[in-house]
Ligand binder design. Structure first.
Ligand code: YXS
Length: 259
C-alpha cells in the first residue's frame, strides 16, 4: 500500500503524506516514496512541488519513526539516516517546495517542513522540536537548520522544553510565511505556486542553490567537528537514550537520570 499520494497539475506537483494510522511518522518506506516522487517530479520538469498531509489532518507529521531509531551505541541521526536523505532531497530539488501544513508538526517533521522553501500553515498548526523528550543527540544539520530559522533564545526554549509553539508564534518568528484558514489554504498555496511557475525555472533553481550553499557556509575546524560528534556520542551511548526509546515503545513517561 502506498504511503503517499501524488498529483500533477500542469507543472505543479503535489505530494500528500498519507499514513494517518502512524500519524505520518517518517519511516524509511514513507521517505523512500517521497524521494522517489521528487525524483519523478524532477524528470517531469515540475516547477513547484507542494508537500502536504491530507486536507483536515490533525497531524502533519509525527516526526521520525521512533520504532526505526537504532538502539543505544549507534548515531540515530547520521548522514545516511532516512530523514537526512529526505531533508537533502527537498533542499536539492531544483524548484521551490512549498509546505502546506495542517496540524501538529513533531520532531523530524519540523526539519522536513523547515527544509521546504515556503511554509504556509493553518491556525491550528503547531511545531515541536523533540530530541530532549527521547534522549536523542540532535545532529549538526538539524541544529544548523534551527539556527538559520529561529532566534537563538527561541531555538533553545524549543529544544529544552520540547513543547509545541503555535502557528501565530511561528509566523511572528518568520518560521512560516503565512497563516491561512483551512478553507482557504489550498487555493492560497496553489495561487502562490502559479506566481512561481511563470518565472524562469533556471533563475529560481540557481537562486535556491545559492541560498542553500550560503546558508550552510559555516567554517568548522576538524577539532570543533570532532568535539561536537564526541559530545553527541555520549548521548547516544547513554542510559537516557535507551530509556527515551523504551518509554516511547512502552507508552509511558521516561525516567531520565542524566547518565
Ligand atoms: O499504538 P499504535 O500502533 O496505533 O501507534 C500509535 C503511535 O505509536 C504511532 N506513532 C508513531 N510511531 C512511530 N514514530 C512516531 N513518531 C509516532 N507517532 C505516533 O501512531 C499511532 C497513533 O499514535 P497516538 O495514539 O499517539 O495518536 P494521537 O493522535 O493520540 O497523538 C498524536 C501525536 C503525534 C501527538 C502522538 O502520536 C505523539 O506524541 N507522537 C510522537 C511525537 C514525537 O515525539 N515525535 C518525535 C519523533 S523522534 C524525531 O522526530 C527525531 C528523532 S527528533 O525528536 O530528534 O527530532
Amino acid at each position: 500500500m502506498s504511503l503517499i499520494l501524488t498529483e500533477i497539475q500542469d507543472v505543479i506537483g503535489t505530494i500528500v503524506i498519507n499514513h494517518p494510522q502512524k500519524r505520518n511518522a517518517l519511516s524509511e518506506a514513507l521517505i523512500d516514496e517521497i524521494t522517489t516522487a521528487l525524483d519523478q517530479f524532477r524528470e517531469q520538469n515540475i516547477r513547484t512541488a507542494i508537500l502536504r498531509a491530507p486536507a483536515g489532518a490533525k497531524i502533519w507529521s509525527a516526526g521520525h519513526d521512533v520504532s526505526e531509531l537504532p538502539n543505544r551505541g549507534r548515531d540515530p541521526l547520521g548522514w545516511g539516516d532516512s530523514l537526512r536523505i529526505l531533508v537533502r532531497a527537498i533542499q536539492e530539488f531544483p524548484a521551490p517546495v512549498i509546505a502546506l501544513i495542517e496540524g501538529g508538526v513533531w520532531g523530524g517533521g519540523c526539519e522536513v517542513a523547515m527544509a521546504c522553501d515556503i511554509l504556509v500553515a493553518t491556525p491550528e498548526t503547531t511545531f515541536a522540536i523533540t530530541p530532549a523528550k527521547l534522549g536523542v543527540p540532535y545532529n549538526l544539520g538539524g541544529i544548523l537548520t534551527l539556527m538559520n530559522m529561529i532566534p537563538l533564545p527561541v531555538a533553545k526554549e524549543m529544544l529544552f522544553t520540547a513543547q509545541p509553539i503555535p502557528a501565530t508564534q511561528a509566523l511572528n518568528l518568520g518560521i512560516i510565511n503565512y497563516i491561512k484558514p483551512p478553507e482557504e489554504i489550498e487555493s492560497f498555496v496553489y495561487g502562490l505556486a502559479a506566481h512561481i511557475v511563470v518565472n524562469s525555472p533556471l533563475s529560481i533553481a540557481v537562486m535556491k542553490e545559492e541560498l542553500r550553499l550560503l546558508a550552510s557556509a559555516h567554517a568548522i575546524t576538524p577539532e570543533l567537528f570532532e568535539r561536537i560528534q564526541g559530545l553527541r556520542r555520549v548521548v547516544y551511548d547513554s542510559h537516557d537514550y535507551h530509556e527515551g526509546l523504551s518509554a516511547f515503545r512502552e507508552k509511558r513517561k521516561p525516567r531520565f537520570t542524566g547518565a
